[in-house]
Design a protein around this ligand. Sequence first.
Ligand code: SF4
Ligand code: MG
Length: 318
Amino acid sequence: PLGTAERVANWLGARHREQVVHAVDEVSLTVQAGEVVGLVGESGCGKSTLGRMVAGIHAPSGGTMRWQGRTAAEMTPAQRREATLAVQMIFQDPMSSLNPRLRVADIVGEAPVVHGLVPKAGMADYVAQVLERVGLDPVYMRRYPHQFSGGQRARIGIARALAVRPTFLVCDESVAALDVSIQAQVLNLFMALRADLNLTYLFISHDLGVVRHLSDRVVIMYLGRMVEAAPAAELFRQPRHPYTQALLANVPSLASRHKRFAPLKGEIPSPLDPPPGCHFHPRCPHAGPGCRQERPVLVETAPGHLSACHLDSGGTGA
Ligand code: SF4
Ligand code: MG
């Protein structure tokens, strides 16, 4: 049976200049093995921070993270090493995350050799297999990153992550820098890999249109808080939170279906000084006096559908 890939992050206090920013504030997220969770919000909402905590790149300053039910403290050193390899992150800009002085063979082959997954003598054969898996001709493995197109570099970044045989990929805006037609190819690759390798994904994007086709479940964040979470089909059919509704009205391909909602207006406030009460109130068409004072809590509005809005909790909103 599949293990449960579970990661819970409660809050993170990251130092930003002299102020403590709660980049992620009381977020609780469990990802099941084999699931694809889309994590969506505008830039500055804390989704990258959450993704980096899940991938083990940032340590949360509070809260709990679990992998297959265990915190790092509850793992043996061998289990910790295994968990570190099992969760890999794929970044937005492969040009800046690929070492320009290394050949593709070393970019992809170094970590599996270091971690003893393949012997040094078998590295070239292994790299060839991994490159084929991501749709790159192994004949290119002697080349350097700058000799590839943006789409090919994205595939090299994916190959590097896959080379250590992860079960869970955290993709942070992994297709955002690519042309739309190339985006579709790379998204198709992610989905083919999911089927072939039984992968679990946390797919982070500012673009609901991108996560729509590949997510089983979608989580919406606003200024460090989770405001809505639902099975993907349900979220796109029946968005509950005014922020989600506004985001949907902003996606050109979805706007006609959601024309009863007003598109998002105004700038996202600074995470250094979030508005009190419901963080969304300055931009919300339904804000009432209670929204400026009281923080709405997540309530289940339908099975598996959570929304944090006073309109849903029968509270003091509009
Ligand atoms: Fe809008 Fe109030 Fe709901 Fe926040 S709690 S989303 S301000 S109605
Ligand atoms: Mg980001």
